[in-house]
Design a protein around this ligand. Sequence first.
Ligand code: DO4
Ligand code: MG
Length: 276
Amino acid sequence: MKLFKARFGAAIEDRGRFYRLPETDWDVLLNRDDHEQVLTSMTRHSSRLDIFSPETEALAPIGSQEVWAAGVTYYRSRTARMEESKTTGGDDFYDRVYHAPRPELFFKATSHRVAGPGQQVRIRKDSNWNVPEPELVLVINSLGHIIGYTIGNDMSSRDIEGENPLYLPQAKVYDKCCALGPGILLNESPFDRKAEIHMRIMRNEKIVFEGATDLSHLKRTPEELIEYLFRDNIFPYGCFLLTGTGIVPPDEFSLLAYDEIRITIEPIGTLINTVR
Ligand code: DO4
Ligand code: MG
């Protein structure tokens, strides 16, 4: 089952059919611990939607939740970041955090900084080297339980981060620095560790970057990341946690305005955004 946020409220996809849910508060809905039963019974009283296209009609599946992110959870991210920061002496930090018991966790966004499906993500005005980071996102309720999964883009300014690791919040947090969606795959069973994350970037109808990885390369378990995130934090409405990138385009590549970023993680779906 997948849960979508839409202009008219909430929708559910169950075995290929879409239903419009009775009026519900998104924060309350996300924070539940019993989605399967509640949504199954709700769909019995819901009207069927003949046409609903999640890639373009769904909104970012976020309400009052904060968005957090884990970093350097893939070897590829560790190596790329060591390269970009070696002239300024920051490289050792990335190697150490990759191997350390405590993961890198950082605050990424509030809902107004998040783009939904079909919306624009931004590159910072004061940066010349920008990349998208396609990441599996854990959707977590206030009890610290994973209620589902969605797709995320952790937009990053590599030149700002590379200049000094202490600039990380500026490289990562700005207007429309993050995309989430299209919907939430509800947590019926643990996520398949072989699931592929695929990203394609189009410019003037040509592919300018394409890459893939799979979740078996993720060094940390979702439970370990959540345990650290919830150690001394209360999330009254739950939160979103991006789990890190394993796809980093080559150093010569930077995003440009009007590029289209397409991130697919099956069985969640495809998140499509353009760059502004
Ligand atoms: O250490 C900086 C950020 C790392 C990150 O965002 C990632 O590995 O995905
Ligand atoms: Mg990232």
